[in-house]
Design a protein around this ligand. Sequence first.
Ligand SMILES: Nc1ncnc2c1ncn2[C@@H]1O[C@H](COP(=O)(O)OP(=O)(O)O)[C@@H](O)[C@H]1O
Ligand SMILES: [Mg+2]
Length: 610
Amino acid sequence: MRGAAALGFASGELKKPGGRRFKSGPGDYLLFFQNNYMLLDISEKIKEISISEFFEKNRHLLGYENPSKAFYTVVKELVDNSIDACLEARILPEIYVKVKKVDEDRIRVRVEDNGPGISPKKLPIAFGKFLVGSKFHKLKQSIGSQGIGAKGAILYSQLTTNKPAKIWSATINSKEIHYFELMIDVLKNEPLILKHEVKENKDWHGTIVELEFEGRYTSKVDEYLELIWLVNPYVKLIYEKDGEKKVYERVTNNLPQLPKEIKPHPYGIEIGILKRLILQTKSKTLIEFLTNEFSRIGKDTAKKIIRLSKIYEEIEISDKSVEEYLKEKFKENFEKIIKIAENVELNKKLNELSNEEKISLEVAIASIKNPKELKNEEIEKLFKAMQKVKIRAPPTDCLSPIDEKYLIQAIKKIFKAEAYSVVTRKPSVYRGFPFQVQAAIVYGLKEFKGDEEIQNVKILRFANHTPLLYNLYDCAITKAIMQINWNSYGISQSGNLPNEPIVIIVDFLSVWIPFKSEGKQAIAEYPEIIKEIKLALQEAARKIYRYILKKRKYELLKEKRNIFERYIPEVAKELSKVTNEKEEILLKKLKEIADKKVPELFKIEKEIKS
Ligand SMILES: Nc1ncnc2c1ncn2[C@@H]1O[C@H](COP(=O)(O)OP(=O)(O)O)[C@@H](O)[C@H]1O
Ligand SMILES: [Mg+2]
């Protein structure tokens, strides 16, 4: 739930974040406000609402605001899940999408995959309880994330038809196929299993989800399927619409690298997140906490952070030796401290320590503090220090762009054009989250799906290899396109957009996509993101511009030659009169002069074609 405050029920003993318990009476309410709980005594009218009930009322937030958008969203959520599951299990996906108009404004969608399946124990909650998913807590490049998608589709289906979802699933090597008919108990946010049957399985594995709902056909679904195949060309996709089949064959049998999961980078977090990580951590000391829960913090960086944060206490100076002092005050932790402090001699007296040695010891003492005992101000200081200390950029093996070679092959299958350029930028970072941009420009479009004609620019936006088909003008990708001076790359422009039959493709990859809303159709305009998209497109446009320049030169030469050739017979005739030379000889000579221009013409022609 968003917003500054949310209400929750409270009765009996309650646990405060941080571990302290306090008592409350019936009818008291717990106000969760900026990470602090407060007790409120307010009337009985206020009650908790379930997340399912919330989405039932607000289905537009999930992309179900009208029947055609609903059709699109159902297909998208199910296909996204299939691709995510197959990739994770390293299975070459074969996805069969079957849609049928069963009545006026009623559609049945069935999505079958050959993925890893889902165990019968987990299946009901994975599909019947909101906010249950395997991806939310991971920082990982994947399509789904919030644990909402499948449930949203099932909820919408039951809301508009009162019919249960039908789900078949078998895990790898399982001898059983489990069939469920389930609905969501909206008030409890729990799955309601209406039927569960076990059937014998030979060698199938995967998942089939079938839903019936109020919906209307829209070409957005056809477009979505074609485009998701375009940027995931290792997928075999079969799309059957009212009995008519279209098959998208794989361009490659190589699965892309599995993106690695990463830990949060210190530069990306907010103080609230730091507090939550402290609450959740199993680390017993501050130094372990810093090195275990974040990416790119090693022991030395952790010490630097603690030192800069000044959350250590000063040692009382006396003529005791370091060893005596530590043993007396920290008993069994004595050795840990010494190990962290490294260069402090044990038998040196405290009053003989240099300033550097003293701080080093103080930092080591603070390093073994239990992070859960940090006071609020200390957490704040720690947070500020984390933002200041120099820390390496996060690792980038968490991102998996498409091999440019396969992307071009797939693009060529859909768009016939004069020139194609693809650019894969190096990974970059926003709010500590690694991200990467791939961009392509298709120039001089000759043919597009045979029937539809493109007059001016077509913008294809993707996030983590999944197409974004709504909210075009509200997205960082479009904003970046509009900030480029296309004229300077030889592409004509009207207003802020190119005005030629070209296709612009941008795929934004990240371990966390900053979607502007739950409908997941537009990327937020962080300046770092806009900048990278622009750089990618400018690089792609430069390649296209080189082609355009060559083409212009070619056309100029060709025209010159044509004009010259046109006049040759006449010139030969007149020259013959003046010089008494035979007309045929003059004709031959003049043609030779014209042909001197040809080798250059042929060279450019060859370059343009390659
Ligand atoms: N086709 C599928 N194959 C295997 N597991 C699936 C499939 N569809 C959904 N799941 C599981 O169900 C969970 C919930 O899916 P969903 O509600 O779409 O949330 P999200 O995709 O955001 O995690 C997924 O995280 C995944 O673990
Ligand atoms: Mg999903």
